[in-house]
Design a protein around this ligand. Structure first.
Ligand code: ZN
Length: 434
């Protein structure tokens, strides 16, 4: 069966064609945008084409944050020399004042360092968080986790000491001119204390850092006019094949339909969306009739709110739906290496017993870990959460940046990922969870 699934994915797959449309015809799909709305209609129609037993939209209210015009920034050194620098607003940030914001810069590597400097040194300044991702991690997601606090909570922390703005080194291991956006939060900080936050490219960060050593009193100017609006109506897109033996027990495969706005969101998470759709299509192609009801869920708003994932879990609980298994693909469309499992020992051992079936496809990594953000809210109400683990070396080169585009996705790697996902769903469907 696995051979049949892989053959079908590699010879008559549809994931790449779908992704071409989503990335190139629709583009970046930030929650509440027109593009997100078009993507909902498109994927719903495509799922209907597959002849599934049921396809529907699950309503969910999502936040609306808009970037506005392109951000503008420069470093001003002694004598008024200006060097233009690549920045982008972080998702959820407020705008700068209309005429922009100019202040001296204090570079720090951590929240501890920030606290040690305190109000005296920070007040009235722009705090520049410049701790790089640690390149010694082979799983680059670990390096990302180790640096992401600066982006998510940097503004809230810096504001406590009277900072007027925040610049965060882009979360990438590559040296380039792309600023990488991503969600930030002011936490419980009162609204009048909010300060604007932007990401600076890694080249920009290195340059700024070196200049600061020569001229600690240089000034940084930036202007952004992003804005948060009232929530708007959106949807998760869901399709299912009804189970032949256990129609009321559910197995979910999914990714998130929204993306950031700078690129076209081909890897994050267009790839996961089309791979998840492809799982159900492959079952139809190879004539496999699942025992459990297999659902594809295209979650809305993973990037700046996780409202879709929360809504899906909330509805599942309300309806007393029995969820056995969920698999998410949200780590890029690169060559699959394996899975990480968030489940009890019995189910993990069961999955591990299947490794030899996957080895011919160079899938070898069966580890305990994180399933995925969107399926996370199902935890406690499900037997197994799993995440597809693709090779992660190139993912953060483009994650949340303008270069996350369709041309960076390899058709064959994308298809191998879809087949790998379908294979795991097939095995858990056939042999059950414990
Ligand atoms: Zn993602």
């Amino acid at each position: 069966m696995l051979k049949k699934i892989y053959n079908a994915a590699l010879t008559e797959g549809k994931s790449y064609e779908w992704l071409d449309y989503i990335a190139n015809q629709i583009g970046g799909r930030l929650s509440s945008s027109i593009e997100a709305e078009v993507a909902i209609k498109y994927t719903e129609a495509e799922l209907k084409e597959l002849g599934l037993d049921k396809v529907w939209l699950q309503p969910v209210m999502v936040p609306k944050w808009t970037r506005g015009f392109k951000e503008y920034a420069f470093i001003e050194t002694a004598g008024g020399d200006k060097t233009i620098t690549d920045i982008c607003a972080l998702g959820g940030s407020i705008a700068t004042p209309n005429l922009g914001l100019k202040a001296e810069v204090v570079e720090v590597k951590s929240f501890d360092e920030l606290a040690a400097l305190g109000k005296d040194k920070i007040s009235g300044k722009i705090v520049f968080f410049n701790r790089p991702m640690d390149p010694t991690f082979i799983q680059t997601f670990e390096a990302y986790s180790g640096a992401a606090d600066q982006r998510y909570a940097g503004a809230a922390e810096a504001a406590k000491y009277g900072a007027v703005g925040v610049l965060v080194r882009s979360l990438t291991l590559s040296m380039d001119d792309y600023p990488h956006t991503g969600a930030m939060s002011y936490g419980s900080l009162p609204v009048d204390k909010h300060i604007p936050a932007a990401a600076i490219s890694t080249n920009g960060a290195e340059y700024l850092s070196s200049l600061l050593k020569l001229q600690p009193t240089l000034q940084f100017y930036f202007k952004q006019n992003c804005k948060t609006w009232p929530d708007v109506q959106s949807y998760n897109v869901i399709g299912e094949i009804t189970g032949s033996t256990y129609p009321n027990e559910f197995m979910v495969v999914g990714g998130h339909l929204d993306s950031w706005d700078l690129g076209d969101g081909a890897h994050d998470d267009g790839a996961g969306v089309v791979q998840s759709m492809e799982v159900l299509r492959l079952f139809k192609k190879v004539g496999y009739k699942p025992k459990h009801t297999i659902r594809v869920v295209l979650f809305m708003n993973e990037e700046n709110g996780l409202r879709g994932g929360k809504k899906y879990a909330e509805e599942a609980k309300k309806k007393n739906e029995v969820h056995r298994f969920a698999l998410e693909s949200d780590a890029g469309g690169f060559a699959p290496r394996g899975f990480s499992f968030d489940c009890g020992t019995d189910n993990f051992e069961k999955a591990k017993s299947w490794t030899s079936l996957f080895e011919p496809y160079l899938i070898h990594l069966f580890v305990r870990g994180y399933g995925g953000a969107d399926i996370g809210p199902l935890k406690g109400n499900i037997d197994v959460l799993a995440g597809l683990v693709p090779d992660s070396q190139r993912y953060f080169d483009l994650h949340h940046a303008a270069n996350d585009t369709f041309d960076k996705v390899n058709k064959r790697e994308l298809e191998l990922g879809a087949a790998t996902m379908a294979s795991l769903v097939y095995l858990f469907d056939t042999y059950g969870t414990k």
